[in-house]
Design a protein around this ligand. Structure first.
Ligand SMILES: [Zn+2]
Length: 116
């Protein structure tokens, strides 16, 4: 059979669908994850909305030799970074608002003191 692989470590015959050599336990080939459109969407969604969780896929995927898989990983990492930037901007906005409220309370207090 032409599609039979040979283990690079112990030269045992391997079935093409085997990911590990049953003789020595070495991975017989790189396992390219099958990333469907919906899986991609899920990865991008998680990367953006559940920020650090997407990095798990991102870091894993950029290590693959397969270009398509690597691009998905890079996009996941970019989305994670974007999400962090947006969170930082939102947090800053919240802090500014909070400071504004504190300032208002202080001015109300000082006006009340003036009126006493
Ligand atoms: Zn082997």
């Amino acid at each position: 059979m032409s599609d039979t692989n040979i283990c690079s470590t112990c030269h045992a015959m391997l079935q093409p669908e085997w990911y590990f050599c049953p003789h020595c336990g070495k991975p017989s080939k790189e396992q390219i994850p099958n990333i469907s459109f919906f899986k991609q969407m899920l990865i991008y969604f998680v990367s953006f909305f559940l920020a650090p969780l997407g990095l798990m896929w991102g870091i894993k995927f950029v290590k693959y030799n397969d270009q398509k898989v690597r691009i998905v990983g890079i996009i996941a990492i970019i989305l994670t970074v974007l999400s962090f930037i947006l969170m930082a901007i939102k947090f800053k906005g919240f802090m500014d608002q909070y400071r504004g409220v504190i300032n208002n309370i202080q001015s109300v207090n000082s006006i009340q003191k003036l009126l006493q």
